[in-house]
Structure formats: structure tokens, C-alpha cells
Design a protein around this ligand. Sequence first.
Ligand SMILES: *Cc1c(COP(=O)(O)O)cnc(C)c1O
Length: 363
Amino acid sequence: MTTAVKTKVHNYSAGPCILPPEVFEQAAQAVLDFQGSGLSILEISHRSKPFVEVMENARALVKELLGVPEGYSVLFLGGGASTGFYLTALNFLRKEGFAAYANTGTWATGAVKEAQSIGRVEVVASGEADDFTRIPKGFAIPQDADYFHFTSNNTIYGTQYKAFPDAGKVPVVCDMSSDIFSRPVNVADFAMIYAGAQKNMGPAGATVYIVKEELLGHTGRDLGRMMDLRNHIKKDSMFNTPPVFPVYVSMLTLEWMKAQGGVAAMEQRNAAKAKLLYDAVDRLPLFEGTTAVEDRSAMNATFVLKDAGLEPAFDELWKAAGISGLRGHRSVGGYRASMYNALPLESVQALVDVMEHFAQQHG
Ligand SMILES: *Cc1c(COP(=O)(O)O)cnc(C)c1O
């Protein structure tokens, strides 16, 4: 049997994304033989004791890593963050009420649209006029809104809230898909945090919800059983068959984060990576960042070549250096270096070396 050692590809994919090599190895082993049981993780019952332990452990690790206070439940559900857009509105938007949204890019726009299909939405801040290159600040959130929704990191545009908006007494819901576990957050400030696994926690297929229980059940809507988060809470995330393998791999990644020193350590590593890359973007005249400097994402760094005609030559160079996934999202073009938790500093150094080399050739 070959081992699952990763090749030397520097994976900048925006999602599904790089995970730690240890996690790939453990996950591969569990597919073949889960904990010496003679069974694969893919063929065991989700009600079996070993898997119930996985689920419990994954939920406990989320609580530990983020310091989730009493009164909150942690769920792992299917459906992706996009289903989270819909579940947010269903579970928090009262029949006669309205929700306030900040629109900071493609995913935030998706969240607005999904909520509009349920009820009344007020977009209280939008970065659209600036092509989503900056995070709107200083906007007012109506104090009679049912909740305020924002997207902490804008995966496609490469912007990130450095400070979270003050919503006063309005419950806050945040899509943290692309920066959860990248830095400490004060969970008590949120009614709900949700995130698709595939940006910083695991493979596609699981979505984590961290929800303040007492805020559920006040919308006056009949949600149907699967859409009502209270049913999933009551059944400890086992109301129906959970995404067994994504939950398992997420658990492994969460264990890895803990062993690395937790989210505070992740934040330090991520800051060092972001500094290394953005310094190169600013230092080398061929390149240009695409977002407001103060809103630059530590997770997804977006930049362009000032002369787009040089792109084919640059592409050839980074591909030859074993770099993968550097192209910007198809809707914006340019380049995007996604530097999630598992991307090592050496991979950023490899990219910066390529950029320097290219600048020498073409400067
Ligand atoms: C990727 C992403 C989504 C969409 O996630 P799916 O799991 O594909 O539904 C939503 N929000 C943000 C911030 C994302 O980065």
C-alpha cells in the first residue's frame, strides 16, 4: 500500500482547499480501516459508537477552539453555506419583521437573495459601488431589525472585516465560511455563526452552525422539520444521516489546529503569511493589490499584474514552480492566493520567489 504523503504542490485553491498532510494521511487510513475495526469510515453506521464519538469530539473541538459559551449549540449539517443563507432567514426572520444585511460581495449577495425569498430585507451597507474592493464602515443598523447578517471574509474579492460591525442589541448572524478558525472571535457577540467546511476546516459536504438556542423559534413560521434548527439541536446533529466523512475529516483538522496552538496560533501564522505576500505585491512594481489596504484579507489575497499582457508568462512561471490554484475567481480575473490555515509559510515563500524572479525578468 502506498502512503498518502502529499506531493510538493503549493495549493492556493480557494475551496475546496488545502488541508494538513497529517489529516490526509489519517483520513486515507480511516477509509481503509477505521480505528482497527476492519471497516471503512465510509461504511459504518452513523449511530455506531465510534462515529457518535467522532461527532461529539468534532462539536467539542469547535467549542473549545472558539471558546463557545453556554447556551450555544454546535451542529454539523449538510447543504453547504448556501443552505445556511436560507436557514438563517427561515430561522430568524419573523413573518412580519425584516432583516438587515451588509453586502460585501458575491456570497453576501447570495445571502441577501436567499433571505429575500423568505421575507423583507434591508441592505444597510453595500460595497457594490466600489466593486466590492472595500468593506463599508460606519453604517447604521436599524435597531428593530430581526437580525443583522454579514460575511466576515469575502473569498472572491479578498476583503475581510478587521473589526466587526457594532449592531447594538440586534442579533448578529455571520457567514464565516472562509475565515472561521483563522483568528479568535467572541462567539457571545453572535446569534449564529455558520461556515461551509471546505474553506478552512475540512472537505466539502459539511457546514458548521454555532447557534444561540434561545433565539430560535420566534419567527411565527412553520419551517418544516429539516429546516428547523431546533430539531437538529435536539438530536445532537443526528436528526438525519450527517455527512459522516466530512465531519470526520473536519474533526481531524480541528485536532490539528488544537495541536498547533489553537486559533490564536493560526492567527499569528496567517498574519506572517499575509505580510510576506502583500509586502511582495507592494514592493514589486509589476504587481498591484486589488482591495483597500486596510481591508485586505489574510485568507484570500487578490492582486493583478498591471500589464495584463504579461499574464501568460507569469502563469507559466508559477505553474513550473509547482504552484496550483492561483487564478482569481472567474468573475473577477487576476490572481488570488488563498492562504488558509493549512497552507505553510514555505508555500508563500515559493510564490514570492516566483514573483521576485518574474519582476527581475520583466521589471
Ligand atoms: C464558498 C463560500 C460560500 C458558499 O459555500 P457552499 O458550501 O458552496 O454553499 C458562502 N460564503 C462564503 C463566504 C464562501 O466563501
